[in-house]
Ligand binder design. Structure first.
Ligand code: FAD
Length: 319
């Protein structure tokens, strides 16, 4: 153990957040299985056209359609998420599979392993069916590793049939050799606690880390929010919070405006700046993990890659 820091953290899992939100939203307004294909607007209304040919006309359209947002691609066709220069190996492990020493010393804490230029991170989350009881919870594992965009990343995203995937690869298609190399690196570079944790991983997930910064969030009667507009690298743990903050800011702006277009302009004026700061902060914290770095980023790495800085800058006091 190199450094510890006392700091209460509140952690949750997507399933749990989703259930609360889904239960609060009237079922009659939730239409699953419909794919948005096109949007068009004039001074009077905005029209959404779906893949089945159906159309919906409305005063306002909000593109909350994620990192590959079809709405954003229609409005800002030249903008795309940018690869950050590193990947995350991820896994969710059952608490009950942890040997007793690991369960006592590591499981309850947010723990970091810091091989040079890399970051291993683990923390407890709710178990299946949002179970918070000891013994039924799960442990979230993330291991950031540099991967050059033109060599290592292509190799990692190429499946056993030789098919090179673009942005992500389904876990069952990750080549055994790629997983074996990751396991081998764990044995060589990680402390014993994290080596034991990697040995518990059955089928890892591979996530190339990307970010995205949109110049605009309002386009007449159309707004883009959440990951559709801004994607931060994971170190600020702000993905869900900033999507919710965009939604709240949009509702506020519309409530105080005379018309939809004016409301969206006010929303954009506040949220673009907030989101830019989040994206910049996450880039700053993750720069030391990149396969290649500018001179500034290298200087930054020396300050931010050390254990005391990672603990102080990643975790924030709970309230
Ligand atoms: C592996 C991983 C781990 C993460 N961990 C965390 C974490 O610990 N904490 C955190 O805060 N964030 C985390 N994030 C980020 C977080 O998931 C996102 O920031 C957040 O989900 C963004 O919410 P959103 O509503 O903007 O977009 P999304 O949650 O991506 O939702 C977009 C929705 O739009 C739908 N959609 C897309 N195209 C169409 C179409 N053509 N027609 C109709 N619907 C469409 C999609 O089906 C989806 O339901 C993680 C992300 C990943 C990939």
């Amino acid at each position: 153990m190199v450094a510890t820091r006392g700091c209460t953290q509140i952690l949750t899992a997507w399933e749990r957040v989703y259930r609360f939100l889904r239960d609060a939203f009237p079922a009659a307004h939730y239409h699953q299985g419909r794919t948005l294909a096109a949007v068009a607007q004039d001074a009077r209304a905005v029209t959404a056209t779906f893949a089945d040919g159906s159309k919906v006309e409305a005063d306002l359209l909000v593109g909350a359609d994620g990192i590959r947002s079809p709405v954003r691609q229609l409005l800002l066709p030249d903008l795309a998420p940018g690869y950050a220069g590193y990947v995350a190996w991820r896994a969710l492990l059952a608490e009950q599979d942890f040997p007793s020493q690991l369960r006592e010393e590591i499981f309850p804490f947010m723990s970091f392993g810091l091989p040079p230029g890399e970051q291993f991170l683990g923390y407890p989350v709710a178990g299946p069916d949002n179970d918070l009881r000891a013994g039924r919870r799960r442990y979230n594992v993330i291991w950031y590793r540099p991967a050059d965009e033109h060599t290592t990343l292509i190799d990692l995203l190429t499946d056993s049939n030789g098919v090179a995937h673009d942005n992500s690869i389904p876990p069952p298609l990750i080549r055994k050799q790629a997983i074996d190399d990751m396991r081998d690196a764990a044995e060589r570079f990680l402390g014993w606690q994290f080596r034991d944790i990697v040995r518990l991983i059955d089928e890892p997930i591979l996530q190339p880390i990307c970010d995205l910064e949109s110049p605009r969030m309002a386009f007449g009667r159309i707004a883009i929010v959440g990951d559709a507009a801004f994607v931060a690298r994971p170190h600020v743990a702000a993905g869900v919070t900033k999507a919710a903050d965009d939604a709240a800011a949009l509702a506020q702006a519309l409530a105080h405006a005379d018309n939809v277009e004016a409301g969206l302009k006010n929303f954009e004026a506040g949220q673009v700046a907030v989101n830019r700061r989040i994206i910049q902060r996450a880039r700053h914290l993750g720069a030391y993990l990149q396969a290649s770095q500018t001179a500034d980023e290298r200087a930054n790495s020396a300050r931010h890659g050390i254990p005391e800085a990672v603990l102080a800058e990643t975790a924030l006091p709970g309230t």
